[in-house]
Design a protein around this ligand. Structure first.
Ligand SMILES: NC(=O)c1ccc[n+]([C@@H]2O[C@H](COP(=O)([O-])OP(=O)(O)OC[C@H]3O[C@@H](n4cnc5c(N)ncnc54)[C@H](OP(=O)(O)O)[C@@H]3O)[C@@H](O)[C@H]2O)c1
Length: 249
């Protein structure tokens, strides 16, 4: 991944609200693909472009429907099959029920060692319908998604309010800095994601591997928790493996 100076000047044509105005410093700028341009995908596009990353973004309806987001952020709208090409980080942020609809080979052409972030949650009653393998406890939500897309994932942002990505980022050391749990089996990919989240303005807590990621699924103490490192660590430890009734299909 290239290390280039961060440009402290606003980029022409890009909405100044999402731009950083910081002194020049060395930063690993990455090629990032975002699959899903809704609440989470849209706000990650806003913040990651503001940090100077090269962001491609896709939805189900095609790039021609993403011109407003592109004009606002400088991101490149692409067909979903192209979002991952050459990407060092990909964010899969579509409703869980839409994961099997992603085109086969959607992650073809990833950069070597790329990290694939899964932000997904299983909402059987409101949105996703019943998925037996998740429901009967055989697979965590992210293990299921990983099997569907045929690539290991790092689970992050799933319990983060989309608006907090824009509004609640803080510099390292700020007493109000929130912490986010991050789970994944690939230590190197998990570190890339943790570094990126730090750059986005949040601390992280290592929540273990994907088979342990039930600790951060909907209905757990950490889900939606807007607190720092200590509280997030405690909440992860207090999670119950039993799926709450509200999140059963
Ligand atoms: N909202 C939150 O605050 C929040 C917080 C944490 C985690 N999450 C989780 O993150 C995931 C995304 O949530 P969201 O609220 O961002 O969803 P959303 O606002 O409903 O947006 C979903 C996006 O996915 C796209 N999409 C759907 N099917 C697709 C397909 N087959 N190919 C390509 N793109 C597709 C949609 O494109 P079109 O509009 O073109 O159909 C849309 O851009 C969910 O699992 C959710 O539970 C959400």
């Amino acid at each position: 991944m290239a290390v280039r100076p961060r440009n402290s000047l606003p980029r022409p044509g890009v909405d100044a609200r999402h731009q950083e105005h910081q002194p020049l410093k060395g930063l690993a700028l990455m090629k990032i693909g975002i699959i899903g341009a809704g609440n989470i995908g849209g706000n990650l596009t806003r913040r990651l472009t503001a940090l100077g990353h090269d962001v491609s973004v896709a939805n189900s309806r095609g790039p021609q429907t993403l011109t407003a987001l592109a004009e606002e952020t400088g991101a490149t709208p692409v067909p979903v099959g192209e979002a991952a090409r050459g990407a060092e980080v990909v964010v899969v942020t579509v409703p869980l029920k839409a994961v099997p609809d992603l085109p086969s080979g959607v992650l073809d052409g990833l950069a070597d060692g790329a990290a694939v972030i899964d932000t997904g949650n299983y909402y059987p009653q409101q949105r996703d319908g019943r998925i037996a393998a998740i429901e009967d406890g055989r697979l965590t939500e992210s293990r299921w998604t990983s099997q569907q897309i045929g690539h290991p994932v790092v689970k992050a942002f799933n319990g983060t309010y989309a608006q907090d990505i824009l509004d609640r980022h803080r510099p390292a050391g700020d007493p109000d800095r929130m912490a986010l749990p991050v789970a994944g089996d690939d230590a190197a990919a998990k570190q890339v994601v943790r570094d990126l989240i730090d750059e986005l303005g949040f601390d992280t807590v290592d929540a273990g591997g994907i088979d342990e990621s039930w600790r951060q699924q909907p209905g757990t103490p950490v889900y939606g928790l807007q607190k720092g490192l200590e509280a997030v660590t405690k909440a992860l430890a207090e999670a119950s493996a039993e799926r709450p009734a509200d999140f059963r299909g």
